[in-house]
Design a binder for this molecule. Structure first.
Ligand code: ZN
Length: 313
């Protein structure tokens, strides 16, 4: 019997990751490379299409059911158009889905990258779809995804969950989004680099927490990360809290202190009591797997496939 596949694509400002995920949930032909491949033709969308066609021709041995793409962007409610993507300017205001569908003729799915990550983390950690699961991903920026009873909150325009851009009063630094004083400017990997340059010039960034986690400046940084997390916990009273991203995965990152700070800023007795923190086992493949499984779920709902992400576990 011929196997069915979904192509999962995870595009970041730095890395481009792609793989084929089979009906049984197996990942194959996984490739990670520089996102600069999108500059090949001078038009990101055309470069992406040409790359996808070549990748499929070279690697697919079975039936292609869909292509599912995660981007670090705000995406329209119908999940076709990228509104804004500061790290990949070539996709700003572009209808990715209609273009690729017309060119490749398979269903195309487009999602915010953190929704793909949270999808994968929920499968990977065996988290029930019932209830509220919040995902916080602290990398270069501050990513957030909100899943309620298996549905990812999208809001009126599709852009819910821009937690990194909640404003901090009396802070006037300019954010990549154009606004002033977004919390992402003070609670992300970008900030951490600045802290290192200003305070620990001789320490390699990978050793920052190992060597200096008890310093006041890093404790203050961790507390700043806890503010948006506690804010959203106070709004949603979540069943599960997933925390991930490059900063949290650094060696020596003080998880207990972060949890202490989140507790401190959460309303007592609830939601503060019994907070359930789960740390993402994020790998380079997570975004590709999450994108693929998100598409499989939608194909199943439309009865266009028989994928079963539960069988994966
Ligand atoms: Zn902002």
């Amino acid at each position: 019997m011929q196997n069915n596949f979904v192509v999962g694509v995870d595009i970041g400002g730095t890395n481009f990751r792609i793989g084929l995920v089979s009906e049984e949930g197996n990942l194959c032909s996984y490739i990670i490379q520089s996102s600069s491949i999108l500059n090949k033709t001078g038009n990101s969308l055309i470069s992406l299409k040409e790359y996808l066609l070549e990748y499929i021709k070279k690697n697919l041995s079975g039936e292609l059911k869909a292509i599912s793409i995660g981007l670090p962007s705000t995406i329209s409610k119908d999940k076709k158009k990228v509104y804004s993507t500061p790290n990949l300017p070539g996709f700003n205001n572009v209808n990715v889905v209609d273009y690729l569908y017309n060119e490749i003729k398979v269903p195309i799915f487009l999602n915010k990258d953190v929704n793909c990550l949270l999808k994968w983390d929920m499968i990977d950690k065996g988290i029930s779809k019932e209830g509220v699961t919040l995902g916080f991903y602290i990398g270069t920026g501050f990513g957030n995804s909100i899943c309620i009873n298996g549905e990812f909150l999208s809001g009126k325009n599709g852009v819910a969950g821009e937690l990194g851009h909640i404003p901090v009063l009396n802070c006037n630094d300019i954010c990549g989004c154009g606004n002033k004083g977004c919390i992402e400017l003070y609670a992300s990997g970008k900030t951490l680099r600045r802290i290192k340059e200003d305070n620990f010039k001789d320490t390699n960034i990978s050793e920052l927490f190992v060597r200096h986690k008890d310093s006041e400046v890093l404790k203050e940084f961790i507390e700043k990360i806890s503010i948006p997390i506690a804010t959203e916990i106070n709004i949603f009273d979540p069943d599960n809290i997933i925390i991930g991203g490059g900063v949290v995965n650094m060696k020596g990152f003080p998880k207990p202190f972060l949890e202490e700070c989140v507790y401190k800023h959460s309303r007592k007795p609830f939601p503060a009591e019994g907070l359930k923190f789960i740390y993402s086992s994020q790998t380079q493949e997570s975004g590709v797997l999450g994108a693929a499984f998100k598409a499989m779920e939608e194909l199943n709902q439309n009865q266009e496939g028989s994928f079963n992400s539960d069988s994966y576990r």
